[in-house]
Design a protein around this ligand. Sequence first.
Ligand SMILES: *Cc1c(COP(=O)(O)O)cnc(C)c1O
Length: 833
Amino acid sequence: MSDIVNPGAARPTHPLALAPVVSPPSSVDGFVKQFLTNLNFDQGVSLSESDANDQYLALAGTVRDYLMARWLEDQARQNEQQSKTVCYLSAEYLLGRQLDNNLLAARLTDIATDALAQCGIDINDLRELEVEPGLGNGGLGRLAACFIDSLATMSVPNIGYGIRYEYGIFRQTFVDGEQVEQPDAWLRMGSPWDFPHPEAAQTISFGGRTETYDDNGTERTRWIPDWSVLAVPYNMMVPGYHNGRVNTLRLWRAVATNAFDLRIFNSGDYEESVRAQTFAENISKVLYPEDSTPQGKELRLQQQYFFVSASIRDFIDTVLPADYDLTKLPDRVIFQLNDTHPVIGVPELMRVLIDEKGMEWDDAWAITQQCFAYTCHTLLPEALEVWPVDLLGRLLPRHLEIIYRINEEFLEEVRERFGDDMLRIRNMSIIGEHPYRSVRMAYLATVAGAKVNGVAELHSQLLRDKVLHDFAEMYPDKFTNVTNGITPRRFIRLANPSLAELITEALGAGWTIDLERLRGLEALAEDPEFRERFGAVKAANKRRLNEVLFQRDGVHVDETHMLDVMVKRLHEYKRQMLKVLHIVTLYDGIASGRVAAADVTPRTFIFGAKAAPGYAMAKRIIHLINAVGSVVNNDPRVEGRLKVIFPPNYNVTLAEKVIPAADLSEQISLAGKEASGTGNMKFALNGALTIGTDDGANVEIRQLVGDDNFFLFGMTEPEVEVLWAQGYTPADFYQAHAGLRGALDLISSGAFSEGDRSVFEPVVSNLLYDDRFMVLADYASYIAAQERVDAAYADQDAWTKSAILNVARSGFFSSDRSMRDYIDRIWHTPPVL
Ligand SMILES: *Cc1c(COP(=O)(O)O)cnc(C)c1O
């Protein structure tokens, strides 16, 4: 291996550079030495003068140093072996904290703990200083993070490409129970986990016009853009678990070019040029805090094109050798589109191949169709991204031309296949006409992609049957399913060390990378001693959660209570309101004297949920949850029976503490609306039982864990369709159930708003008159299922047995399995060992 210190295009050499990069010795002494070196030379302080943040940064730097040799080697080896690389294009990565994950991967946890102790430092104090990079909204971004962890662990060449937002997902606070968003300045205290590479920057252009010109007798097109910005890559290590492998996450930051203000800001004055700089750098300034609804904002399209163009050109220009024959591009790369956010990459690759590399249209199209695959993440029609033709044409005129031609040829194909069926052609066109002319990004991705996948069996079926029905008819072989997964490293090993230890003791250590081995726990579910130990782990996790939440928010979790947990983004389709109605029903029962407090199973309800700042109904529901909590928690009549806790700012760090303590997992979306869910998998693998609808991956969870170990309720997706088609009249359900009437009337009465009936009136009237997600239709079934939960929980030993079976039978939900499915069905990328 040569010259691995500088794998870039220009390769200066020095005899010393030929020596392999040496990791510090894997010993406590070696770690101490490296840590102190970093403290002195990187942070510029002595140990005695250092504060905790210095120590944290030096510790992170030390872990990095251990991983560095393998990182450089792996990049060089992949280039040498010309392996096929998965380029995962995702606008979001919800990574969670890095320190513990990287220590675990590199087998350094014990060494680092001891080394710091020798320096008089408790590593736990430093852990708490890390601000997680919240570069994602929720499930979609967390999925990307799990996938790159699995690919590294499976030694599959992968580059995760995305955006290095200066401000990630907002920090949620509550003021009088209402959500108030604070900026997430995650970079303020330094960012020890990434490396800027300004020398590898790409210039990304926007605006302007196109023109044709004669190139030795062939007419070609060129784009004459108006303005451009620099995309500077920041590389993060993605270490595999115990395999010495380190892949790369490459996040782009927008920086003004020197020539930035030439065209649009040509006044030449200083203030104007500073303004220009700010304008450019806005592109990677902030993550759009939207979930399940697209934001049709120009800046967002700029972000999408910015990172996708930088990524594609980075791969072609700097990862591939300079003389690479681009007709063979599909041998070296698959660009996986994580939802429609990166779909502008399709016309971008076409433009690069045709306008910049001189390829013919048909050749470029054949290559492009093999280089992309598309993952759809939604079933909500309003979440399907479209871009107004006006806007797209103004920002990316050449791309719009290319999209038009793709569409023309595609519609010709439709005509050949189905005849002049105008309705069909209008329905399938990549260009929509109503309410305004727009590019349907999901359709573009479907036409261009080699494969299109949904994220759970039910979801993929509904994509074929409904959302993309015409396309599935035309290209049946394109459509496939890959059920989502979660990484057992972060969500079991790190989040639940007590359970991990118990499993390792029972089954040996191999389960962490072969999660189907959890099956071995099935037999142990019959063993009373194992059940007792399993129960003790859950109790210990509740105590740990109590400590965390007391420290964080000053609230207590009673470990004798059933912990009933609903944590996920706040969205009407997820139906947090159904959970609220359950709580209010229980409260109303006791407070009105109809139910004896002693007959109610003591429960603590835990919520975690951020609402998009512009989503008024979601924010009102957050307000209501807090309002119900403050009444319930202060009413002596329900004391010791019901408690509601809503810690603000649900994120990965909090998830890692809450989920292992949960008894009951709430997965209660309206059937046919949740594409998969991944929270549901985290709970099952941590020994919580699910109460859930037949939706998303709940279906597969229930099939695997068995009906006896899952509380199913609610309408099925076909039943939902029937009821909706008949005409859903919520008033019928309101009239039919006294408990429901009581709960809604209590909210309406102002009981949770100091008598002010107006505060939550919009929430109640939405449920009664305008609810697409049919909360009231599933109320009775939900309450009945909760009664079954109470009955089951009364037999703690049987409950624990069910919990063990949930863990034992959920190995399928490892993201390693998801990656194997993507590799077999879509990518065909062997590991590089
Ligand atoms: C797993 C996860 C999600 C996704 O939860 P769902 O219940 O699948 O919506 C969202 N946010 C965080 C922080 C997560 O860890």
